[in-house]
Design a binder for this molecule. Structure first.
Ligand code: NI
Length: 157
């Protein structure tokens, strides 16, 4: 395992829609292991592949209940909404209130290529939705209102 440098805004890789993984191989397993190490080293609760410069639908999540490695994740059911402040390792020193589904059911492949389905609420549901946004090239800055967006741009180094 190796920890990887985290890509930050305005790196264009963060805006790419990640490619779906066709077959789960040792390359994906190695990337997921490196991503997990990178997430823990940076005290994150989730990390998507674009954040380490990789154009594949891979994400790791640990919202306190253990590590999950997700390949080609998608949300198949949503219930309710809840707004809460979020941060992102690729957008340092910014927190944005984001409205998300309160409860979700997600499907994904695990690192053995098996289809898994989980239902989550609370922080886990939020983190999964945040990482799915990353895989679609979407970032927390996209949820800012117009005034705060202007302010955030002005103050970006
Ligand atoms: Ni993020």
């Amino acid at each position: 395992m190796a920890s990887l440098p985290i890509k930050k805004l305005p790196n264009s890789v963060l805006r790419k829609k990640a490619r779906a993984v066709g077959e789960v191989t040792d390359a994906e397993r190695k990337t997921l292991a490196d991503m997990a190490e990178t997430m823990y080293l940076n005290n994150g609760v989730g990390l998507a592949a674009q954040q380490v410069g990789i154009d594949k639908q891979l994400a790791v999540v640990d919202a306190g209940d253990g590590l999950m490695k997700m390949i080609n994740p998608c949300i198949v059911k949503r219930e309710g909404t809840v707004s809460q402040e979020e941060g992102c390792l690729s957008v340092p020193e910014l927190s944005v209130k984001v409205k998300r589904s309160a409860k979700i059911t997600a499907e994904f492949l695990n690192e053995n290529g098996e289809v898994l389905r989980i239902t989550a609420d609370g922080l886990l549901a939020r983190v999964i939705q945040h990482e799915l946004d990353h895989l679609n090239g979407k970032l927390i800055v996209d949820y800012l209102g117009p005034l705060r967006k202007l302010f955030a741009k002005k103050n970006r180094p």
